[in-house]
Design a protein around this ligand. Structure first.
Ligand code: ADP
Length: 273
């Protein structure tokens, strides 16, 4: 009797062990597939701009360098291709670190309005090229203090504003608005009247390397990582990103942020030393 029980226990233990190993192998397979898929995507993303730059340089070597006008044009294009490569590599670096949980948040108190203004200043030229106006819809002028990683939240707003310009119509608008919610939160909305997104494409929008219109995105210098980065950064803050879009009419991306509980202490002349 004793032996039978022991055998049964042993069998259960062996089965449990085998099940554990099976799960481990499954996990390894998933990780390996993920790695392969990621590497495949990376080389695919890098190939196009690399070949473009190589093409211009080879043409220059082949003689085009002798014609000043052609030389300047090709050097300019090669330089733009390199800018694109740098942009893609930076995004790749960011997504790799975010997915591996290696980008730690440096939370601090800051004024979200100032961050939005920074983003507008940085992309004024880009929006002017498409005659897109960047507008700010605020109920009042006061600063709104947020407690979060300032640099990463600026990255989130940058990616969303840049997309609204990239996929915006010529002469369109991008509007950023902030709604002060009760419960210590604000909601930031980035609204455009651009090309919009078909409903069926919305569920995949935040996947890395996913694009609705591949050639359109590449032409605009996209890496296909912008929204995946946005999602990861907000998730790291325990916040979510929402999207509503009407195809041909425009899109609205929105997310919440936590207001700072404690305002920075005001320096007064009577403060004790
Ligand atoms: P990309 O580098 O291609 O812009 P993103 O991850 O930022 O990558 O966006 C993924 C895709 O979502 C884009 O390729 C585009 O098709 C679509 N998209 C993102 N933002 C907008 C927008 N404001 N209007 C229309 N389409 C958008």
């Amino acid at each position: 009797q004793q032996v039978t029980t022991d055998m049964a226990t042993l069998t259960r233990e062996v089965e449990k062990f085998a099940e554990g190993k099976k799960l481990e192998i499954e996990a390894l397979k998933i990780r390996e597939n993920y790695r392969k898929e990621f590497m495949g995507n990376v080389s695919h993303e890098l190939k196009t701009p690399l070949f473009t730059v190589q093409g211009y340089i080879l043409t220059l070597i082949d003689g085009a360098i002798k014609d000043k006008k052609v030389r300047d044009k090709y050097l300019n294009r090669a330089s733009k291709g390199l800018d694109r490569l740098i942009y893609i590599v930076k995004d790749l670096d960011m997504i790799t670190k975010l997915e591996a949980g290696e980008l730690h948040l440096r939370e601090e108190e800051f004024d979200i309005i100032e961050v939005i203004q920074n983003v507008f200043d940085l992309f004024e030229m880009k929006s002017a090229k498409k005659n897109i106006s960047l507008t700010f819809d605020l109920d009042y002028e006061e600063p709104i203090y947020i407690y979060a990683d300032k640099e990463k939240i600026q990255q989130v707003i940058t990616n969303l504003v840049v997309n609204s310009i990239k996929y915006g119509k010529i002469g369109g608008t991008t509007e950023v608005s902030i709604e002060d919610l009760i419960k210590n939160k604000v909601i930031v909305r980035i609204t455009d009247n651009g090309e919009g997104i078909e409903q069926k494409n919305i569920p995949r929008l935040f996947e890395r390397f996913y694009r609705v219109d591949k050639s359109g995105s590449r032409k605009e210098g996209g890496s296909g990582l912008g929204l995946a980065i946005v999602k990861h950064i907000l998730e790291a803050h325990n916040e979510k990103i929402y999207v509503e879009s009407d195809f041909g009419v425009g899109s609205e991306f929105s997310f919440t942020l936590e207001k700072s509980k404690q305002r920075a202490p005001v320096q007064t002349s009577t403060a004790k030393t």
